[in-house]
Ligand binder design. Structure first.
Ligand SMILES: C[S@@+](CC[C@H](N)C(=O)[O-])C[C@H]1O[C@@H](n2cnc3c(N)ncnc32)[C@H](O)[C@@H]1O
Length: 414
C-alpha cells in the first residue's frame, strides 16, 4: 500500500538508542528553536536508501534503491502548536525548517483562529450504517461556507513510510515516539481513530495514518497530515463538501459545495472527481474499503448512467484539446455547454476548474479571445475558491493569462 502525504526533548524516551550523534541534531540556536523537545534523528540504515517511487512498505525491510538521501528523518515536536493542541512531525531537518513560519499562532490571519473557540459547530460525529463514524449536519449549512477548521497533530513524510531507509521496526518506534511526545490526551484521540479490529498494539499508528492521512505538500514533498476531526469525514462519490489546505498556516478547511440540510451526512471525495464506478472502486480499495455511498449503493442502471456521463465529460475534454481541428466556434460552444451540464448533473462542481481552463484553451486555439478571457477569469476565480490563495496552480494560471495577453496584443497589432 502506497500512501501519499513537526516539536522539545523527552528524557524519558523509550528509545535511547535513537538519540542522534551531535551532527544529526538540527542546528538551531536554542533561542530560535520552536520545537519543545530536541529533534530525535535516528541514523538511516547504511546501505538502504529513500524512494518515493519505491513499492516498499513497512513489511518490506530489504528494499534498496538508487537515489540516496543522506539526511535522516527526525522527530520534531511542538507541544505549544495551536493553543497547545500539539504537533509531531517526522521529516528531514530541511523540510521541517520549511514548516517553521507556520508554527506560530500569532502570525495566523484572523480567518484562521488557532483553536475553534466557543462557537458551536453545525455538525456532530455519529455512527453511520456501514461507514463507521461520520459527520452529520445539525443545522443548515450554507453553500461555500466553512464547515470545519483543523490543524494536524501528526505530519509524516511519505518517503519515510514508503522508502526503505528505516527498518519496519524503527519506523514503528519512531511513529510511537512521535505520538507519545504529544501527551496522553492527544494520543488517546489518535488511537480512537483506529479501525475496529485493529487493536491498539504494534503498527496501529501507521494504520491510522493510512486510513485517515491527508496528502499535503511540504517544500514540494508529499507528506501525510493527520487531523483528528477531519479524519471523521467520510467519502462520497457525489460529495457535498471538499477540503482545502492552507500551507502557510497548516490549516485544513472542510467547505460546503452546496447547501447541506440538517441530518445530511457531510462527505468529501477521497477519489479524483469524475471517475467511473470501477475506477473509484480501484482507488478506494487502496484505502482499504468498499464504498457504501448513495451512488455506489444505487441500482446498476443509475450507476451506469452516471458512468456514461462521466465518460462523456472526459471525451469532451479530449475533443477540446484538439479544438484547432474543429475550427467551429458553434461546435465548441455546444461542447462547452454539454460538459457544463453533465458536470452539474453529476454534482462534480470542483471539476469545473479544470474544464474552464480547457474551454479557455479551446477558444484561444480558434482565436476567440473574448471567450478565452471569459473562461480564464472563471477558472482563476474557481482556483482561488477551491485551492485557496496558495493553490498549486498559481503558476499555470499566470502562464495562461500571459499567453492570452500576448495573443490579444498580436490581434490588436493586426
Ligand atoms: C477517514 S476515515 C472516515 C471516518 C471513519 N468512518 C471512522 O469511523 O473514523 C475512512 C474510513 O471510513 C470508512 N468510510 C469512509 N467513507 C466510506 C464510504 N463511502 N463507504 C464505506 N465506508 C466508508 C472506511 O472504513 C474508511 O477506511
Amino acid at each position: 500500500f502506497q500512501i501519499d502525504a513537526i516539536t522539545a526533548y523527552n528524557t524519558s524516551s523509550p528509545f535511547p538508542h535513537l538519540l542522534p550523534p551531535d551532527h544529526l541534531i538540527c542546528p538551531l540556536p536554542s533561542s530560535q528553536n520552536p520545537w519543545s523537545l530536541p529533534p530525535l534523528c535516528p541514523p538511516p540504515r547504511q546501505s538502504s536508501s529513500s524512494s518515493s517511487s519505491s513499492s516498499s512498505s513497512l513489511n518490506d525491510d530489504e528494499e534498496d534503491d538508487e537515489d540516496e538521501d543522506p539526511s535522516p528523518d527526525c522527530i520534531f515536536t511542538s507541544q505549544q502548536f495551536r493553543s497547545s493542541q500539539g504537533l509531531s512531525v517526522i521529516t528531514s531537518p530541511y523540510l521541517a525548517s520549511v514548516l517553521l513560519p507556520a508554527l506560530s499562532d500569532t502570525s495566523l490571519p484572523p480567518s484562521l483562529p488557532p483553536s475553534p473557540g466557543p462557537s458551536r459547530v453545525p455538525w456532530k460525529i455519529q455512527p453511520l450504517p456501514g461507514r463507521g463514524m461520520g459527520l452529520v449536519a445539525t443545522s443548515k449549512i450554507q453553500k461555500h461556507s466553512r464547515i470545519m477548521l483543523g490543524y494536524p497533530v501528526l505530519v509524516v513524510r511519505l518517503d519515510f513510510i514508503n522508502g526503505g531507509r528505516y527498518s519496519s521496526k524503527k519506523k514503528r518506534e519512531m511513529l510511537d515516539e512521535a505520538v507519545d511526545r504529544l501527551g496522553g490526551g492527544v494520543k488517546k484521540k489518535i488511537l480512537g481513530l483506529a479501525r475496529s479490529g485493529q487493536n491498539k498494539g504494534d503498527g496501529v499508528i501507521l494504520d491510522v495514518l493510512k486510513t485517515n492521512g491527508f496528502g499535503i505538500e511540504v517544500g514540494g514533498e508529499q507528506h501525510l497530515g493527520l487531523f483528528i476531526e477531519g479524519s471523521r469525514v467520510n467519502h462520497n462519490c457525489r460529495p457535498n463538501a471538499f477540503w482545502r489546505y492552507v500551507p502557510s498556516a497548516m490549516a485544513m478547511e472542510v467547505v460546503a459545495l452546496r447547501n447541506i440540510q440538517p441530518g445530511e451526512e457531510v462527505a468529501h471525495s477521497y477519489a479524483p472527481l469524475g471517475y467511473t464506478h470501477e475506477e473509484r472502486k480501484a482507488v478506494l480499495r487502496q484505502w482499504g474499503f468498499q464504498c457504501r455511498c448513495a451512488l455506489c449503493s444505487a441500482p446498476p442502471a443509475e450507476r451506469e448512467l452516471a458512468d456514461s456521463r462521466r465518460e462523456r465529460i472526459l471525451e469532451i475534454h479530449q475533443l477540446l484539446s484538439k479544438a484547432s481541428d474543429i475550427q467551429s466556434s458553434r461546435r465548441i460552444d455546444q461542447l462547452v455547454k454539454e460538459a457544463t451540464t453533465l458536470i452539474e448533473l453529476e454534482e462534480l462542481h470542483p471539476q469545473l476548474v479544470e474544464y474552464y481552463v480547457q474551454f479557455a484553451k479551446a477558444y484561444m486555439m480558434i482565436n476567440d479571445l473574448k471567450n478565452g478571457r471569459h473562461y480564464i477569469k472563471k477558472a482563476d476565480e474557481m482556483w482561488l475558491f477551491y485551492g485557496g490563495e496558495e493553490h498549486e496552480n498559481v503558476e499555470g494560471m499566470n502562464e495562461l493569462w500571459a499567453t492570452l495577453e500576448e495573443a490579444e496584443r498580436e490581434a490588436e497589432d493586426d
